[in-house]
Design a protein around this ligand. Sequence first.
Ligand code: SF4
Ligand code: SF4
Length: 217
Amino acid sequence: MSDGHDDARGAAVAPAPDVAWGAEVERQLERGARRGEHARAGLLETVAELTLSIRAALELMVLRGVATRDEVAEGYRAQRAKMKEDAARQQLGLGLNLDPGDKYGARENLLDCAARLPLCKGVCCFMEQALQEDDLAEGVVRWDHLRPYWIRHRKDGGCFHLGPHGCKIFDNRPRICRVYTCELDGRVWLDFAGRVPNSEAIEQLLAAAASGEEPTE
Ligand code: SF4
Ligand code: SF4
């Protein structure tokens, strides 16, 4: 058995990959990332409480005549706009689907996907999908370690679980994959009933997925 050194003819022999070790490293990474994200969630809660306290203090300032209500309202609008931006950024950063629904009980979309694939190019499997806690516990669906808990993508932008004949984890696919319907998604169809795809938007989505760009609405 080779130990990774040269064989009898002098040619280098690559060591066999240690699958068990790799799986353990992945498990540790997953645990570490989940712990970090839970800590971050706690921090966000604390920040929200602080925000409420500050608002209460501002209200008191108005009551005591330190600032007018208009001045406070203007400051509030400015801060709110900033918070919305921050929230959007956090949503992109943390892909955890907080929908409590059981994916196995979800009402699934019944689209004629096979017939539409030449038109839609299966673009839904190139989109970002946020996983649920149950997916993480189940451990079948893979997520991107650099961007928890978005589903993992291949280098070409396709879902890690997308095979030549469709979804390789069909029975365990995430909830969003079950319930998503492109019927009203203007990025996919200009006219769903008339089977007119939004080819330009589809190409943009495929290109963005392949380039690893963050998703945009
Ligand atoms: S984009 Fe729509 S029609 Fe095409 S595979 Fe996805 S769900 Fe089916
Ligand atoms: S899990 Fe399956 S259905 Fe969902 S995006 Fe990946 S390949 Fe598509």
